[in-house]
Design a protein around this ligand. Structure first.
Ligand code: ADP
Length: 546
């Protein structure tokens, strides 16, 4: 006898479906076989009910076409028996006029169609095709119904980032969709192989059985496959679940994300309840797959949130510290600079040199303190612009003039190249001075003696929409590509602080970016290592950019 093959997953093919015909009248059997084979079906025949049951045990038929009255075993009983092991088989009854009541009984029993003898080949094929179509529609319906909870689930899962609510939802959904009476989500304790009861629904799990859950969890972790523990089906279940089996059938499904087992979903039914069906297992497998990803996402999200909160706390502390330190430094610094300035006029010789050194270092310190206060105000969005029509050419010329002494002290040629016809723009002159001052001070600081620094504005040929582009170009060491975006972050410096040859604390460019963006512009750097850097920023001609 041929070995019984599993039923094909896709049942949509019409041609080639497997049909078993049972009739004790050889003529009817032959005509039916011939008719259905002509339609493209694959047909097997049996001469009575018993033979039909035997054949069905070895071949997964799609449809059973049977006479109702046959020796040894009638069609109704044969169909009932076949359905015990092939629940999805479709039944079509062949009956005589005199046996109408039996035909109705057949329909009640689950036959989809019947044909009355004598029938024409056309009537037979129509009945068979209607019966198969009904079955297809029924399956489609079941599939669609199964999709609805999955759809609702994925929506609910993906929209919740609260891990506990998610776990509860997974347990409740498993319970509801499979008519189980208890459900539990066990998660693996990180760094161990022990399971922790993370959520449950329905009847409570007996805490004394936790070693059993651990055992089931570990078994599922080993095979990574759904595990059904059913005392009626497998005696081995007793070994695995022992005392827990008082609850009846248990199904355990792995929760796996990217090949990593994170836990187990367990569902139990009371003894005597119908076991988990294949469609229950299918649905639960999808549920477990989606749940695992959602749990992992929610856990990661919570970790990121925690880390972010921690960072925010640290950041707030740092910001507070900077604020207090800056304000505490400002007053004594103003006094030092004030008195040193006064004294400078009245002393001569060495003492005057010492005083100048005090003034120089004090001024540097004041710049740092001002930077800290400026940046903090920018971050707290406390800086307001006072826009007014200004001549960009004049503002640039003034800034360049202010830096000439510093440039000269390093033998750096400092100049500006701004077209005379540049129209007025609306901007805050003090903030522009701060932007240019920071960029010029960096350019001079990083350019070696003998180099060149220029502030360049091209005429209307180079405009970003209606923005003016200002460039500060130097012949310094340039900035390596990976650092180009980061230098605008506060405290970022390309050189390691311990080996740094230049002073500064890494706030200048962060302030530049803040001030440029406040004007509605943007800032970037174009640079070639060893050739120099060009810092460029745009300023809209007027606030609306028009
Ligand atoms: P600071 O100058 O106080 O270190 P900035 O925020 O002004 O802080 O600059 C950050 C870093 O960007 C500097 O430490 C330096 O590594 C780099 N940088 C800025 N301007 C230039 C430039 N013109 N040439 C080379 N590197 C520069």
């Amino acid at each position: 006898m041929q070995e019984r093959q599993p039923r094909a997953q896709d049942q949509t093919a019409v041609i080639g479906e497997l049909i078993l015909i049972a009739d004790d009248e050889p003529d009817v059997l032959e005509v039916s076989r011939y008719t259905l084979q002509l339609e493209g079906y694959r047909v097997h025949v049996a001469r009575d009910g018993l033979e039909a049951v035997e054949r069905a045990r070895h071949t997964p038929f799609d449809l059973f076409l049977t006479d109702l009255k046959m020796p040894r075993l009638g069609g109704l009983d044969a169909f009932r028996r076949i359905r015990e092991f092939e629940p999805a088989i479709v039944g079509v009854a062949m009956t005589g006029y005199g046996t109408m009541t039996t035909a109705i009984e057949a329909l009640k029993l689950g036959f989809s169609e019947f044909v009355i003898k004598p029938f024409t080949p056309k009537e037979l094929s129509a009945a068979v095709s209607r019966a198969l179509e009904k079955e297809r529609l029924r399956r489609e319906n079941v599939r669609l119904k199964a999709l609805i909870p999955l759809f609702e689930l994925s929506r609910a899962f993906m929209s919740t980032t609260d891990v506990q609510r998610l776990l509860d939802k997974v347990a409740q959904t498993g319970l509801r969709e499979t008519h189980a009476d208890r459900a539990a989500c066990l998660l693996i304790e990180p760094g161990t192989d022990r399971f922790r009861l993370a959520a449950r629904a329905g009847k409570s799990l007996d805490p004394s059985l936790s070693p059993v859950w651990d055992r089931l969890g570990r078994q599922v972790a080993r095979t990574r496959q759904p595990l059904v523990v059913d005392p009626n089906r497998s005696p081995a279940s007793f070994l695995l679940a022992g005392e827990a089996l008082e609850t009846g059938v248990i199904i355990a499904l792995p929760l796996i994300v990217q090949d990593r087992m994170i836990g187990v979903l367990l569902l139990g039914k009371p003894s005597g309840a119908p076991p988990f069906s294949q469609s229950d297992t299918d649905l639960l497998s999808v549920l477990a797959g989606q749940a695992a990803v959602a749990i992992e996402n929610a856990t990661l999200f919570r970790k990121i949130q925690d880390a972010y909160r921690e960072l925010e706390k640290t950041d707030h502390l740092k910001s507070e510290f900077i604020n207090v330190a800056a304000h505490e430094l400002r007053t004594p610094l103003a006094l030092i600079l004030g008195y040193a300035g006064l004294l400078e006029e009245s002393v001569e010789g060495e003492a005057r040199e010492y005083l100048q050194a005090i003034l120089q270092s004090g001024t540097r310190l004041r710049t740092i303190v001002d930077d800290m206060v400026n940046l903090r105000s920018l971050e707290l969005k406390q800086v307001r612009l006072t826009r007014q029509p200004i001549s960009l050419e004049e503002v640039i010329a003034a800034a360049v003039d202010a830096f000439q002494p510093l440039a000269a002290s390093k033998r750096i040629r400092l100049y500006c190249d701004v077209p005379a016809e540049l129209a007025q723009i609306e901007a805050d002159p003090q903030k522009l001075e701060l932007i240019l001052g920071n960029l010029l001070s960096n350019a001079i600081k990083f350019t070696p003696p003998g180099g060149e620094v220029a502030v360049i504005v091209r005429s209307s040929a180079e405009r970003e929409c209606d923005d003016v582009v200002v460039r500060v170009r130097d012949t310094g060491p340039g900035i390596p590509l990976p650092a180009r975006e980061q230098i605008f972050a506060r405290f970022y410096q390309v050189e390691e602080s311990l080996t740094r040859a230049h002073n500064g604390i890494g706030l200048g460019l962060a302030i530049v970016r803040g001030m440029v963006e406040l004007h509605g512009g943007r800032v970037w750097v174009e640079s070639e290592v060893e050739q120099g850097s060009t810092f460029a920023f745009t300023i809209p001609r007027s606030p609306a950019g028009g």
